[in-house]
Design a protein around this ligand. Structure first.
Ligand SMILES: NC(=O)c1ccc[n+]([C@@H]2O[C@H](COP(=O)([O-])OP(=O)(O)OC[C@H]3O[C@@H](n4cnc5c(N)ncnc54)[C@H](OP(=O)(O)O)[C@@H]3O)[C@@H](O)[C@H]2O)c1
Length: 287
Protein backbone atom coordinates (compact mmCIF):
# COMPACT_ATOMS: atom_id res chain seq x y z
CA UNK A 1 0.00 0.00 0.00
CA UNK A 2 1.33 3.42 -0.99
CA UNK A 3 0.69 6.10 1.64
CA UNK A 4 0.95 9.77 0.65
CA UNK A 5 1.04 12.43 3.38
CA UNK A 6 0.43 16.08 2.57
CA UNK A 7 -1.88 14.75 -0.13
CA UNK A 8 -4.19 17.78 -0.22
CA UNK A 9 -1.33 20.21 -0.92
CA UNK A 10 0.52 21.50 -3.97
CA UNK A 11 2.75 18.50 -4.64
CA UNK A 12 0.76 15.80 -2.81
CA UNK A 13 -2.42 16.37 -4.82
CA UNK A 14 -0.41 15.99 -8.03
CA UNK A 15 1.21 12.78 -6.74
CA UNK A 16 -2.17 11.23 -5.92
CA UNK A 17 -3.39 12.11 -9.43
CA UNK A 18 -0.28 10.58 -10.99
CA UNK A 19 -0.56 7.38 -8.94
CA UNK A 20 -4.23 6.96 -9.82
CA UNK A 21 -3.43 7.46 -13.53
CA UNK A 22 -1.22 4.39 -13.12
CA UNK A 23 -3.96 2.47 -11.35
CA UNK A 24 -2.23 2.49 -7.97
CA UNK A 25 -4.28 2.33 -4.76
CA UNK A 26 -3.35 5.17 -2.41
CA UNK A 27 -3.99 5.82 1.26
CA UNK A 28 -3.96 9.48 2.25
CA UNK A 29 -3.64 10.55 5.90
CA UNK A 30 -5.54 13.86 6.02
CA UNK A 31 -6.62 16.16 8.81
CA UNK A 32 -10.15 16.47 7.47
CA UNK A 33 -11.42 13.36 5.64
CA UNK A 34 -14.73 15.17 5.07
CA UNK A 35 -13.12 17.75 2.80
CA UNK A 36 -10.95 15.86 0.34
CA UNK A 37 -10.53 16.76 -3.36
CA UNK A 38 -13.58 15.84 -5.44
CA UNK A 39 -11.36 14.05 -7.98
CA UNK A 40 -10.39 11.36 -5.44
CA UNK A 41 -12.14 8.14 -6.49
CA UNK A 42 -12.55 4.79 -4.75
CA UNK A 43 -8.86 4.06 -5.35
CA UNK A 44 -7.95 6.73 -2.79
CA UNK A 45 -8.60 5.98 0.87
CA UNK A 46 -8.48 9.05 3.11
CA UNK A 47 -7.70 8.28 6.75
CA UNK A 48 -8.03 10.83 9.55
CA UNK A 49 -4.55 11.62 10.82
CA UNK A 50 -2.51 14.51 12.13
CA UNK A 51 1.28 14.81 12.23
CA UNK A 52 0.93 15.86 15.88
CA UNK A 53 -1.00 12.71 16.87
CA UNK A 54 1.16 9.53 16.88
CA UNK A 55 -1.80 7.18 17.41
CA UNK A 56 -3.51 8.55 14.30
CA UNK A 57 -0.28 8.04 12.34
CA UNK A 58 -0.08 4.40 13.53
CA UNK A 59 -3.50 3.73 12.03
CA UNK A 60 -2.66 5.62 8.84
CA UNK A 61 0.61 3.77 8.22
CA UNK A 62 -0.48 0.22 9.14
CA UNK A 63 0.66 -2.19 6.43
CA UNK A 64 2.35 0.53 4.37
CA UNK A 65 5.00 -0.60 1.88
CA UNK A 66 6.11 2.89 0.85
CA UNK A 67 5.32 6.30 2.37
CA UNK A 68 5.63 9.71 0.73
CA UNK A 69 6.55 11.97 3.63
CA UNK A 70 5.60 15.55 2.87
CA UNK A 71 5.08 17.89 5.81
CA UNK A 72 4.04 21.46 5.13
CA UNK A 73 6.20 24.38 6.28
CA UNK A 74 5.50 24.76 9.99
CA UNK A 75 7.53 25.66 13.10
CA UNK A 76 7.15 21.97 14.07
CA UNK A 77 8.02 20.62 10.60
CA UNK A 78 11.03 18.56 11.75
CA UNK A 79 9.02 17.04 14.61
CA UNK A 80 6.12 16.27 12.24
CA UNK A 81 8.51 14.46 9.91
CA UNK A 82 10.10 12.56 12.83
CA UNK A 83 6.64 11.55 14.06
CA UNK A 84 5.80 9.97 10.70
CA UNK A 85 9.15 8.16 10.59
CA UNK A 86 8.62 6.80 14.12
CA UNK A 87 5.12 5.60 13.19
CA UNK A 88 6.58 3.90 10.10
CA UNK A 89 9.06 2.07 12.32
CA UNK A 90 6.22 0.96 14.62
CA UNK A 91 4.15 -0.19 11.62
CA UNK A 92 6.36 -3.26 11.39
CA UNK A 93 5.94 -3.56 7.60
CA UNK A 94 9.37 -1.92 7.07
CA UNK A 95 8.08 0.67 4.57
CA UNK A 96 10.44 2.70 2.42
CA UNK A 97 10.16 6.40 3.22
CA UNK A 98 10.38 8.92 0.40
CA UNK A 99 11.10 12.20 2.17
CA UNK A 100 10.31 15.45 0.37
CA UNK A 101 12.94 17.87 1.61
CA UNK A 102 14.31 20.84 -0.37
CA UNK A 103 17.35 21.43 -2.57
CA UNK A 104 20.46 22.12 -0.54
CA UNK A 105 19.48 19.75 2.29
CA UNK A 106 22.63 17.78 1.50
CA UNK A 107 24.97 20.81 1.46
CA UNK A 108 25.98 23.71 3.73
CA UNK A 109 22.82 25.54 4.80
CA UNK A 110 23.62 27.10 8.16
CA UNK A 111 20.95 29.57 9.23
CA UNK A 112 18.33 28.38 6.71
CA UNK A 113 15.72 26.88 9.02
CA UNK A 114 13.63 25.11 6.39
CA UNK A 115 16.71 23.20 5.25
CA UNK A 116 17.85 22.57 8.82
CA UNK A 117 14.46 21.07 9.68
CA UNK A 118 14.55 18.73 6.68
CA UNK A 119 18.18 17.80 7.43
CA UNK A 120 17.21 16.86 11.00
CA UNK A 121 14.39 14.65 9.71
CA UNK A 122 16.68 13.05 7.12
CA UNK A 123 19.23 12.24 9.86
CA UNK A 124 16.42 10.70 11.93
CA UNK A 125 15.38 8.68 8.88
CA UNK A 126 18.91 7.38 8.27
CA UNK A 127 19.10 6.32 11.92
CA UNK A 128 15.68 4.61 11.77
CA UNK A 129 16.88 1.59 9.81
CA UNK A 130 14.09 2.04 7.26
CA UNK A 131 14.95 2.17 3.55
CA UNK A 132 14.75 5.75 2.30
CA UNK A 133 14.89 8.07 -0.69
CA UNK A 134 15.06 11.89 -0.54
CA UNK A 135 13.57 14.24 -3.11
CA UNK A 136 15.12 17.69 -2.83
CA UNK A 137 13.25 20.14 -5.07
CA UNK A 138 14.21 23.75 -5.64
CA UNK A 139 11.56 26.50 -5.23
CA UNK A 140 8.37 25.87 -7.22
CA UNK A 141 7.22 27.90 -10.26
CA UNK A 142 3.78 27.81 -8.58
CA UNK A 143 5.07 30.30 -5.95
CA UNK A 144 4.96 33.04 -8.60
CA UNK A 145 1.23 32.50 -9.13
CA UNK A 146 0.76 33.37 -5.44
CA UNK A 147 2.35 36.75 -6.26
CA UNK A 148 -0.21 37.52 -8.99
CA UNK A 149 -1.47 40.67 -7.23
CA UNK A 150 2.00 42.20 -7.14
CA UNK A 151 2.70 41.06 -10.71
CA UNK A 152 -0.52 42.76 -11.88
CA UNK A 153 0.79 45.93 -10.22
CA UNK A 154 3.97 45.57 -12.32
CA UNK A 155 6.39 44.30 -9.69
CA UNK A 156 8.20 41.17 -8.61
CA UNK A 157 9.47 42.22 -5.20
CA UNK A 158 11.47 39.57 -3.33
CA UNK A 159 14.78 39.67 -1.42
CA UNK A 160 16.48 37.45 -3.98
CA UNK A 161 19.47 39.66 -4.89
CA UNK A 162 20.98 39.19 -8.31
CA UNK A 163 21.77 35.47 -8.39
CA UNK A 164 20.06 32.84 -10.50
CA UNK A 165 17.71 30.18 -9.07
CA UNK A 166 16.77 27.01 -10.93
CA UNK A 167 13.09 26.97 -9.89
CA UNK A 168 11.10 23.86 -10.85
CA UNK A 169 7.51 22.98 -11.76
CA UNK A 170 5.63 21.14 -8.97
CA UNK A 171 4.23 18.93 -11.76
CA UNK A 172 7.78 17.71 -12.42
CA UNK A 173 8.37 17.14 -8.71
CA UNK A 174 5.21 15.02 -8.54
CA UNK A 175 6.15 13.10 -11.69
CA UNK A 176 9.51 12.23 -10.09
CA UNK A 177 7.74 11.23 -6.88
CA UNK A 178 5.45 8.83 -8.77
CA UNK A 179 8.49 7.20 -10.41
CA UNK A 180 10.30 6.85 -7.10
CA UNK A 181 7.21 5.53 -5.26
CA UNK A 182 6.39 2.90 -7.87
CA UNK A 183 9.87 1.96 -9.13
CA UNK A 184 12.75 -0.05 -7.71
CA UNK A 185 16.37 0.85 -7.09
CA UNK A 186 15.94 4.20 -5.35
CA UNK A 187 17.05 3.20 -1.84
CA UNK A 188 19.63 5.52 -0.35
CA UNK A 189 19.37 8.02 -3.22
CA UNK A 190 18.91 11.78 -2.96
CA UNK A 191 17.51 13.40 -6.08
CA UNK A 192 17.85 17.16 -6.54
CA UNK A 193 14.96 18.44 -8.65
CA UNK A 194 15.43 21.67 -10.58
CA UNK A 195 14.11 23.34 -13.68
CA UNK A 196 16.17 23.37 -16.88
CA UNK A 197 17.90 26.71 -16.20
CA UNK A 198 19.03 29.04 -13.49
CA UNK A 199 17.19 32.35 -13.92
CA UNK A 200 17.79 35.61 -12.08
CA UNK A 201 14.71 37.24 -10.58
CA UNK A 202 15.20 39.97 -13.19
CA UNK A 203 14.88 37.37 -15.93
CA UNK A 204 11.89 35.82 -14.16
CA UNK A 205 10.21 39.25 -13.94
CA UNK A 206 10.66 39.61 -17.71
CA UNK A 207 8.98 36.26 -18.30
CA UNK A 208 6.17 37.10 -15.86
CA UNK A 209 5.68 40.35 -17.77
CA UNK A 210 5.50 38.52 -21.10
CA UNK A 211 2.84 36.18 -19.65
CA UNK A 212 0.92 38.99 -17.93
CA UNK A 213 0.92 41.21 -21.01
CA UNK A 214 2.61 44.20 -19.40
CA UNK A 215 6.00 45.15 -18.02
CA UNK A 216 6.98 43.63 -14.68
CA UNK A 217 10.03 45.06 -12.90
CA UNK A 218 12.14 43.11 -10.44
CA UNK A 219 12.57 45.02 -7.19
CA UNK A 220 15.35 43.43 -5.13
CA UNK A 221 13.78 43.94 -1.70
CA UNK A 222 15.96 44.44 1.35
CA UNK A 223 15.62 41.41 3.66
CA UNK A 224 14.50 43.47 6.67
CA UNK A 225 11.93 45.35 4.59
CA UNK A 226 10.59 42.07 3.19
CA UNK A 227 10.33 40.64 6.71
CA UNK A 228 8.52 43.74 7.99
CA UNK A 229 6.09 43.53 5.07
CA UNK A 230 5.27 39.87 5.75
CA UNK A 231 4.87 40.39 9.49
CA UNK A 232 2.63 43.37 8.79
CA UNK A 233 0.53 41.15 6.54
CA UNK A 234 0.01 38.75 9.46
CA UNK A 235 2.47 36.02 8.50
CA UNK A 236 3.59 33.57 11.15
CA UNK A 237 7.02 34.97 12.24
CA UNK A 238 8.82 31.59 12.01
CA UNK A 239 7.68 31.16 8.44
CA UNK A 240 8.38 34.78 7.43
CA UNK A 241 11.89 34.71 8.91
CA UNK A 242 12.47 31.34 7.26
CA UNK A 243 11.45 32.67 3.88
CA UNK A 244 13.83 35.64 4.21
CA UNK A 245 16.62 33.20 5.14
CA UNK A 246 15.79 31.09 2.09
CA UNK A 247 15.93 34.12 -0.22
CA UNK A 248 19.29 34.99 1.34
CA UNK A 249 20.44 31.50 0.40
CA UNK A 250 19.14 32.12 -3.14
CA UNK A 251 20.84 35.54 -3.26
CA UNK A 252 24.16 33.87 -2.41
CA UNK A 253 23.83 31.79 -5.58
CA UNK A 254 23.37 28.56 -3.61
CA UNK A 255 20.28 27.42 -5.56
CA UNK A 256 21.45 28.23 -9.08
CA UNK A 257 22.69 24.81 -10.17
CA UNK A 258 20.82 22.67 -12.68
CA UNK A 259 20.41 18.97 -11.85
CA UNK A 260 19.89 16.14 -14.34
CA UNK A 261 17.65 14.24 -11.91
CA UNK A 262 14.20 15.18 -13.31
CA UNK A 263 15.26 13.88 -16.71
CA UNK A 264 16.94 10.86 -15.16
CA UNK A 265 13.78 9.87 -13.29
CA UNK A 266 11.09 10.76 -15.83
CA UNK A 267 12.91 10.30 -19.14
CA UNK A 268 12.13 13.87 -20.22
CA UNK A 269 13.62 17.23 -19.37
CA UNK A 270 12.07 19.54 -16.77
CA UNK A 271 9.53 22.09 -17.99
CA UNK A 272 10.91 25.56 -18.75
CA UNK A 273 9.34 28.49 -16.87
CA UNK A 274 8.13 30.01 -20.14
CA UNK A 275 6.09 26.86 -20.90
CA UNK A 276 4.62 26.87 -17.39
CA UNK A 277 3.64 30.54 -17.73
CA UNK A 278 2.16 29.97 -21.19
CA UNK A 279 -0.32 27.56 -19.59
CA UNK A 280 -0.84 29.38 -16.26
CA UNK A 281 -0.50 33.03 -17.34
CA UNK A 282 -4.26 33.55 -16.93
CA UNK A 283 -3.75 33.59 -13.15
CA UNK A 284 -1.32 36.50 -13.55
CA UNK A 285 -3.81 38.35 -15.76
CA UNK A 286 -6.60 37.85 -13.19
CA UNK A 287 -8.67 35.70 -15.55
N1 LIG B 1 7.06 25.73 -1.89
C1 LIG B 1 8.27 25.53 -2.42
O1 LIG B 1 8.72 26.27 -3.29
C2 LIG B 1 9.09 24.35 -1.93
C3 LIG B 1 10.27 24.06 -2.59
C4 LIG B 1 11.02 22.98 -2.16
C5 LIG B 1 10.59 22.22 -1.08
N2 LIG B 1 9.44 22.55 -0.45
C6 LIG B 1 9.02 21.72 0.70
O2 LIG B 1 7.81 21.08 0.33
C7 LIG B 1 6.95 21.01 1.45
C8 LIG B 1 5.68 21.73 1.12
O3 LIG B 1 5.09 21.07 0.00
P1 LIG B 1 3.73 21.62 -0.60
O4 LIG B 1 3.94 23.05 -1.05
O5 LIG B 1 3.21 20.64 -1.58
O6 LIG B 1 2.82 21.64 0.71
P2 LIG B 1 1.47 22.44 0.97
O7 LIG B 1 0.78 22.75 -0.31
O8 LIG B 1 1.79 23.55 1.91
O9 LIG B 1 0.61 21.35 1.73
C9 LIG B 1 0.93 20.92 3.02
C10 LIG B 1 0.21 19.60 3.27
O10 LIG B 1 0.52 19.16 4.59
C11 LIG B 1 -0.70 18.88 5.26
N3 LIG B 1 -0.54 19.14 6.68
C12 LIG B 1 -0.15 20.30 7.27
N4 LIG B 1 -0.13 20.17 8.60
C13 LIG B 1 -0.53 18.90 8.87
C14 LIG B 1 -0.72 18.16 10.07
N5 LIG B 1 -0.49 18.71 11.28
N6 LIG B 1 -1.11 16.87 9.98
C15 LIG B 1 -1.36 16.31 8.77
N7 LIG B 1 -1.21 16.97 7.59
C16 LIG B 1 -0.80 18.25 7.65
C17 LIG B 1 -1.72 19.81 4.64
O11 LIG B 1 -2.99 19.30 4.88
P3 LIG B 1 -4.30 20.22 5.14
O12 LIG B 1 -5.08 20.12 3.85
O13 LIG B 1 -4.98 19.57 6.27
O14 LIG B 1 -3.82 21.61 5.44
C18 LIG B 1 -1.30 19.71 3.17
O15 LIG B 1 -1.81 18.54 2.59
C19 LIG B 1 7.70 21.62 2.62
O16 LIG B 1 8.32 20.57 3.33
C20 LIG B 1 8.72 22.51 1.96
O17 LIG B 1 9.88 22.70 2.73
C21 LIG B 1 8.67 23.58 -0.85
Amino acid sequence: MIVVTGATGTVGSRIVRGLRERGEQVRTPVRNPGAVPAEWDAGVTPVAADFTDPASLDAALAGATVVYLLAGVDPQMAQHERNVIDAAVRAGSHPRIVLQAASGVDGPHEGVRFLTAHAQAWAHLRASGLPWTVLAPNGFYQNFLLMAGSVRAGQLSVPGGGAAVSYVDADDVAACAVEVLTGAGHEGALYTLTGPAGLTHGEIAEQLGAAAGHEVAYVAAEPQAALAYMLGAGWDPWRAEGLVELYGYYAAGSAAGVSPDVAGLTGRGPRPLADFLAVNGGVLRGE
